[in-house]
Design a protein around this ligand. Structure first.
Ligand code: HEM
Length: 473
C-alpha cells in the first residue's frame, strides 16, 4: 500500500512538472498562441520593438517567426497579433478598441474622443457621424475639394521650370485645407498659418510616435516636454478656433457638415471639440501621406504616370472635372491609389479587444487581451502579394484580384462596422488631386534622394521628398 502511495505521489509530481515544463508559456499567458516571452517583466518586449525600429517592423519579424497568429508583451500586458485573411474574418464583428494601445495620442486628441469610445457610446457616435460620409453626402464635397485642388494647380503653374518642390509640405497643406473646408466648414486664413500649424503638428506627432517605441515620458521641465506642450497647445487652439467660428456663425447655406453633426450629438462641448480634432487629424494626416507616396511612386514609375495621364484624358478630356458620376470610371487611377496604400503601408495596424474570454484561430484569448490587426503585415505578405515591394497597380485589377480573399486588402481596417469612417472621402479627395494634377503636369523626382519610410501609426517618409513639375502641352 505504501509503495502504491509513493508511486502515486511520484506520478502526480512528475505529471505536474511535465505540464509546467511543456506548457510554461501558455500557463503564464493563459493562451496557447505562440510568441515571444517577455525580456523583462516590466518592459515585456518593448526593447525588441525599439530594436526593430517600429511596431510594424517588429510585427513583420514576429509573424515571419511565428506565423499568422502570434503573441508578445507590451510591458506587463500580453498582446496578440493576427495577419491572415482567415483570422481577420474571425474578428470581423469585434467593435471595441483597446484604449491602452492608443493612449499615447491622448494628449493631442483628448481622452473623451471617439478613438477611445467603445460599446453603446462608440456605436452611437459612429451612427451619427457616418452620415457625413454616405454616397449622397459626399456629392456635396466635390465643389470645395475642386476649389482647393485648383489652388494647388495655380501654385504649381507659377513654379519656374526645374524648381525643387517639397512634396510632403504641399500635400499636407492641400489635405489640411481640404479637410478643414469640407468637414469643419472653415479654413485657415493664409498659407503662413498652415505652415506654422504643420510645424507644430509635426513636433507633437513625432514626440507621440517616439513614445510609441520608447514610453519613457520626459520630465515636465525638460526642453523636449516643453516643446511638446507648447506645440500641442498651438495645434489644439488652431482647431478650436474653427469650431468656435462654426458655433458662432453657423452654416451659411443649408449644408449640414460633420462639425454640425458632432456638435448636435454632444451636450459636453469638450467631447465635441475632441471629436472634431480626431476627425480632422484622421482626415489630413493620412490623406496627406497617401498623396505624398502616390506622387512619389508616379514620379519613380514614369510608364505608370503616362498610363494614368492617358486614362484621365480618355475619361475627363481636357476640361471635365472629377465628379460623383465619373469618379469610378478612373479605374486605373484607383488601382494606383490602392497599390500606394499597399506598398507604402499608409496605416500599418488597427486593434480590438473583448471583455470576455474568446477563441481565435483555435487558441483561447483571455478577456481584455488587445488583438492587433496587422494590416501592414498582411499587405506585404508575399504569399498573397508576390514581390511585395514592387509597385505594380495591375495586381489590383479586377482580373488579377480574382481568388484573392477580399480581407487581404484592408488598408482602412475591417472590423466591427468600425473601419475608417473617412475611406470614401479619402478616395474622392486623392482621386481629384491626382487626376487634376497629372492631367496638367509631368512629375519628376529630383535625383540623388534616398527615400525611406518611417512606420508609425501612419507611414511617412523620413525626409522630405523633392520633386520638379513641368506643364504638359
Ligand atoms: C489614406 C487614408 C486613410 C487611411 C489609410 C485610414 C486608415 C484608418 C484605419 C486603419 C483606421 C482604424 C480602423 C479600425 O480600427 O478598424 C482608421 C480610423 C479612423 N479614421 Fe481613417 N484612414 C484614412 C483617411 C481618413 C479620413 C479622410 C478621415 C476623416 C475624414 C479619417 C478618420 C478616421 C477616424 C475618425 C477613425 C477612428 C474611427 C473610430 O474610432 O471609430 N480617416 N482610419
Amino acid at each position: 500500500m505504501l509503495a502504491f502511495l509513493i508511486f502515486a505521489a511520484t506520478f502526480v509530481v512528475v505529471l505536474i512538472i511535465a505540464v509546467i515544463y511543456i506548457y510554461p508559456k501558455s500557463s503564464a499567458k493563459g493562451t496557447t498562441v505562440p510568441g515571444l516571452s517577455p525580456t523583462t517583466t516590466e518592459d515585456g518586449n518593448l526593447a525588441d520593438i525599439r530594436r526593430a525600429g517600429s511596431l510594424h517592423e517588429f510585427l513583420m519579424d514576429l509573424h515571419q517567426q511565428f506565423g499568422p497568429i502570434a503573441s508578445f508583451w507590451m510591458g506587463p500586458q500580453l498582446v496578440v497579433s493576427i495577419a491572415s485573411a482567415e483570422l481577420f474574418k474571425q474578428h470581423q464583428n469585434v467593435f471595441d478598441r483597446p484604449p491602452e494601445l492608443f493612449r499615447l495620442f491622448e494628449p493631442l486628441i483628448g481622452a473623451k474622443c471617439i478613438q477611445y469610445a467603445n460599446g453603446g457610446d462608440g456605436r452611437a457616435r459612429r451612427t451619427a457621424y457616418d452620415k457625413s460620409f454616405s454616397h449622397e453626402e459626399l456629392k456635396m464635397y466635390y465643389p470645395n475639394l475642386q476649389k482647393v485642388t485648383d489652388g494647388l494647380v495655380n501654385k504649381w503653374s507659377s513654379m519656374v521650370k526645374e524648381e525643387h518642390i517639397p512634396l510632403g509640405q504641399y500635400m499636407f497643406a492641400f489635405s489640411i485645407k481640404a479637410a478643414l473646408i469640407t468637414l469643419l466648414g472653415d479654413c485657415f486664413e493664409n498659407d503662413k498659418e498652415i505652415l506654422s500649424f504643420k510645424t507644430h503638428y509635426d513636433l507633437v506627432w513625432s514626440e507621440m510616435e517616439h513614445r510609441l517605441a520608447d514610453p519613457t515620458i520626459p520630465d515636465d521641465d525638460s526642453p523636449r516636454a516643453k516643446t511638446f506642450s507648447e506645440s500641442r497647445k498651438k495645434v489644439i487652439d488652431s482647431v478650436m478656433k474653427s469650431v468656435e467660428h462654426r458655433k458662432k456663425h453657423g452654416s451659411k447655406s443649408e449644408e449640414h457638415l460633420l462639425i454640425d453633426r458632432i456638435l448636435d450629438h454632444h451636450t459636453d462641448i469638450d467631447v465635441g471639440h475632441s471629436d472634431c480634432l480626431t476627425y480632422l487629424v484622421g482626415g489630413f494626416h493620412t490623406t496627406g501621406n497617401l498623396l505624398t507616396w502616390a506622387f512619389y511612386f508616379l514620379a519613380t514609375h514614369q510608364d505608370i504616370q503616362e498610363k494614368v495621364f492617358k486614362e484621365v484624358i480618355k475619361v475627363l478630356g481636357q476640361d471635365d472635372t472629377v465628379e460623383h458620376h465619373n469618379l469610378n470610371d478612373l479605374k486605373y487611377l484607383r488601382q494606383v491609389i490602392d497599390e500606394t496604400l499597399r506598398c507604402a503601408v499608409v496605416a500599418p495596424w488597427a486593434a480590438r479587444f473583448q471583455d470576455f474570454d474568446s477563441e481565435l484561430g483555435g487558441h483561447k484569448i483571455p478577456k481584455n487581451t488587445p488583438v492587433i490587426h496587422a494590416l501592414g503585415v498582411m499587405l506585404q505578405d508575399e504569399t498573397v502579394w508576390p514581390l511585395p515591394n514592387k509597385f505594380d497597380p495591375d495586381r489590383l485589377s479586377t482580373e488579377q484580384s480574382k481568388g484573392r480573399p477580399s480581407l487581404a486588402f484592408s488598408p482602412f481596417g475591417f472590423a466591427g462596422k468600425r473601419i475608417c469612417p473617412g475611406y470614401r472621402f479619402a478616395y474622392v479627395e486623392t482621386t481629384m488631386c491626382l487626376a487634376t494634377l497629372i492631367r496638367k503636369f509631368k512629375v519628376n523626382l529630383v535625383e540623388g534622394q534616398v527615400v525611406k519610410p518611417e512606420f508609425g501609426l501612419v507611414t511617412h517618409p523620413v525626409d522630405e521628398i523633392w520633386i520638379t513639375v513641368s506643364k504638359r502641352k
